[in-house]
Design a protein around this ligand. Structure first.
Ligand code: UFG
Length: 323
């Protein structure tokens, strides 16, 4: 299969490239390197330097003919989206619509969207299944939901089939060390804890300990990025075989609190990571845990490397080199 990954040099995209390359697919990587890194572009793939806002360049690369497109080119920090929504309107909404409409023009039939659990907002019940109402509490989640909705329309009107993968909290690194470049200015919990462990940061600030959870800190479902990556390959096969749309959750089905992550990181790194409690961050739901039953039923997917030890250890193995 010939697959083009927009945002394929980023944190998740690199792992997705590894999964497709592993089974011998032809992989193109389109990235503006704003957060992605050239160092992460995998051997055996073809790299295109470009921005998804550049319609001409997107069109030129799509004209080479692709069996499937994976769209991972987006800004992804829920907290930042509440203070700088303009950035999210531009890349996540306008950029995605440029990409989708160019895919239609070039008769791409199979589209995989990197979506998010942030589409749900504050859960009415957990585990969250795909029937759960969508009510994003941050602007980032709204941008993902809007693109899912557009894909439904374009599917109806223009015959594009799509799979939207609603990632819960992506974490961990390739356990075989094929991704070496670290994310620049990471904003997610585990990389920040790792930076506190290497001394790049003085401490980790825990955003609120007065949530309605057992230890008062937010609970999230951390899913290993290599598990997420495999789901993209399965989604591409699904689209080619089934020729229909699918929106699925991808999570480990286990919840971990911020404090549990910090404590496990102390144990696994052997570093006495400093932490302090700070105020809540706007837009943070107290508890997100996935039901991934539908992904198992439709794609045959299940999290396999998403245990806490593998997630923290594989991340530390990459970060400790920068110690
Ligand atoms: N947190 C801290 N301190 C920090 C950073 C994070 O306490 O310095 C807390 C947050 O408040 C939250 C938890 O750690 O409770 C996880 O925060 P992240 O920023 O790592 O992740 P989010 O849950 O906010 O969002 C992530 C992705 C989104 C995705 C979402 C889906 O960044 O793209 O998971 O669950 F949509």
């Amino acid at each position: 299969m010939k697959v083009l990954l927009f945002g394929g040099a980023g944190y998740i995209g690199t792992h997705v490239a590894i999964s497709f390359l592993e089974r011998g697919d032809t992989v193109g990587i389109y990235d503006n390197l704003s957060s992605g890194l050239l160092e992460n572009v995998q051997k055996g793939s073809k790299f295109y330097l470009g921005d998804i806002m550049d319609r001409e360049k997107v069109s030129e690369v799509l004209s080479e003919g692709w069996d499937a497109v994976v769209h991972l080119a987006a800004a992804k920090a829920a907290g930042e989206s509440m203070t700088n929504p303009e950035k999210y309107s531009r890349y996540n909404i306008t950029g995605s619509l440029i990409l989708i409409t160019e895919c239609i023009r070039h008769s791409v039939k199979n589209f995989i969207l990197s979506s998010s659990a942030a589409t749900f907002g504050e859960p009415g019940y957990v585990p969250i299944d795909e029937k759960h109402p969508t009510n994003p509490t941050n602007y980032y989640g709204y941008t993902k939901l809007l693109i899912e909705e557009n894909l439904k329309w374009y599917s109806k009107l223009k015959g594009l089939n799509f799979v939207a993968l609603r990632y819960f909290n992506a974490a961990g690194y390739d356990t075989e060390g094929r991704m070496t470049g670290l994310e620049r200015s990471p904003q997610n919990l585990i990389p920040i804890v790792m930076e506190a462990a290497t001394g790049k940061r003085e401490k980790i600030v825990i955003f609120g300990d007065d949530y309605d959870t057992p230890d008062g800190t937010c609970i999230r479902d951390y899913v290993h990025v290599s598990d997420l990556a495999r789901a993209h390959v399965m989604a591409a096969d699904f689209l080619i075989k089934e020729k229909r749309n699918l929106i699925v959750n991808l999570g480990s089905e286990k919840g971990l609190s911020v404090k549990e992550i910090v404590e496990a990181s102390r144990r696994i790194t052997g570093v006495d990571i400093r932490s302090e409690i700070g105020p809540r961050r706007a837009g943070d739901p107290a508890k997100l845990i996935a039901s991934s039953k539908l992904a198992e039923k439709e794609l045959g997917w299940k999290a396999e490397e998403s245990d806490l030890y593998t997630i923290i250890k594989s991340t530390w193995d990459v970060y400790k080199r920068y110690n």
